[in-house]
Design a protein around this ligand. Structure first.
Ligand SMILES: [Zn+2]
Length: 461
């Protein structure tokens, strides 16, 4: 049976028996949440599909006829840490780029896993962007150094996700070299680039990715240890560059780590947030401190070196307690309102929503990549992309024209093949109802038999 296109509205609602979940009563997490976590983490389903499964499984609260996507997402983030802690495995960083419906095995080996192919592809997509900004660090005399392999950031991603870079580019669209803000390390900058380019990430990156030289086509990877210091540095850089979505993503990541019980904070972060008047993040940390343990807080208040802004903020937050904290609130919009930087009341989207919209594009691109593999065009395309990138950097005009022409030809072949695949898939779709019935009949013996391995139906854009 063909797998239907992941992003188009499904004419047949998903069937819970197609996504069997295990329930372990010893975990202390109710069955509905265990299923939800498995649908999202192990099958990689989109939240809107999980919502249909949630309703079909009879998990709605008595008297309710539906559940909001945000409410569901909140259930997921609230129960995930406990679930994995009870299982004795680390909370996985979800590979949101995995194909939907493909179950993966969770366990300690995930932590040791090398970087995902998708992250490598994204790394190259950023470097191969037609227009890039090169970042230069300062030498000991505060002068920009001459780095032969500066970190690169796609201009379109910079424009879209960073207010500071957008205003630089609006001022001069040809700007292509920027000096890195003081005290920002190469690693932190690289992580920031991964967070926004070529698209927003839903979780911090898992590996540092670099190339040895500017023209090298090999990527060097190193797993990232997300310490408090590393997260703070990335947070402050994102804040300085006006990348609110990254700030909010980091806040959510910290909250997930805190709930899992393995996270420490320090006063430097709080002082800086208070000095910056970064109220969403400051309120988040104040609420966390207040919720943790009041007595300990008093001790810390005496011991820690908190600046005046921080003390004032803490006093005023304490006086508001009970009315403001949204830490354990079921509504994502309340969490956004208190701790995120976007303005939902002005229609500004949360990064969670932005990432889920990107995901739809990704499945189309993934389908095209799969088709390129099938036609044995992948290596050719990759080589031409590298040639094109090098030609641009070396100002080799003829090389650029040649590579572009060859790429266009390959894309033309792909587009034609996609149309044929689309027609074939439409024909197969005609038989869907019959195979669905037979799947339902044998679902007890082979519950996942409907998860075919055929090429997904694709859409040509
Ligand atoms: Zn939000």
């Amino acid at each position: 049976m063909p797998r239907r296109k992941a992003t188009s509205p499904d004419p047949v609602p998903p069937n819970p028996s197609d996504y069997p979940c295990t329930f372990d009563p010893d975990l202390g997490v109710s069955e509905r949440y265990q299923s939800l976590i498995q649908w999202l983490d192990e099958y990689g389903l989109e939240t809107k599909v999980a919502k249909q499964l949630w309703i079909a499984s009879g998990y709605l609260m008595p008297g309710k006829s539906t559940i909001s996507i945000q409410g569901l997402h909140n259930n997921y983030t609230n129960h995930r840490p406990k679930y994995y802690k009870a299982k004795g495995v680390p909370v996985p960083v979800v590979d949101r780029l995995r194909k939907p419906g493909e179950r993966r095995i969770l366990g300690a080996r995930d932590v040791k896993n090398p970087v995902s192919n998708e992250d490598i592809e994204l790394f190259w997509a950023n470097r191969r962007a037609e227009h890039v900004i090169a970042w230069y660090f300062r030498d000991e005399n505060s002068m920009p150094n001459s780095d032969s392999n500066p970190p690169l950031l796609s201009k379109s991603a910079a424009y879209e996700h960073s207010r500071a870079l957008r205003s630089i580019l609006e001022n001069d669209p040809n700007e292509h070299a920027i000096v890195v803000p003081k005290e920002v390390s190469r690693k932190t900058l690289g992580r920031f680039i991964q967070c926004i380019s070529p698209e927003l990430r839903a979780f911090p990156p898992t590996h540092d990715l670099e190339t040895k030289t500017k023209l090298s086509d090999k990527v060097i990877t190193a797993p990232i240890q997300w310490t408090h210091k590393a997260l703070s540095e990335l947070y402050h850089l994102s804040r300085n560059l006006g990348a609110d979505d990254v700030c909010d993503m980091l806040t959510d990541y910290c909250w997930a780590q805190l709930k899992a019980g393995d996270f420490v904070t320090d006063a430097t972060l709080f002082n800086k947030l208070a000095e910056d008047n970064d109220w969403p993040a400051l309120n988040f940390w104040l609420d966390v401190m207040i919720a943790c343990d009041t007595l300990d807080l008093k001790k810390q208040f005496k011991k820690r070196i908190w600046n005046e802004s921080m003390k004032t903020a803490l006093h005023s937050r304490l006086s508001e307690q009970g009315s403001r904290s949204a830490l354990w609130c079921d509504e994502q919009s309340r969490f956004c309102e208190e701790y995120h930087h976007h303005a939902p009341e002005e229609g500004e989207l949360c990064y969670i929503e932005k990432v889920s919209r990107q995901k739809e594009d990704f499945y189309d691109r993934a389908a095209m990549a799969k088709l390129a593999d099938k036609l044995r065009l992948s290596d050719f395309i990759r080589n031409m992309q590298t040639k094109l990138m090098i030609a641009r950097w070396t100002a080799d005009k003829q090389g650029e024209v040649d590579a572009k022409e060859k790429l266009q030809k390959a894309e033309e072949i792909l587009r034609k093949a996609a149309k044929i695949e689309q027609r074939k898939a439409a024909l197969r779709q005609g038989g869907t109802s019959i195979s669905r019935i037979s799947t339902a009949v044998c679902s007890e013996n082979a519950p996942s038999s409907s998860l075919g391995t055929n090429t997904p139906v694709m859409e040509v854009r």
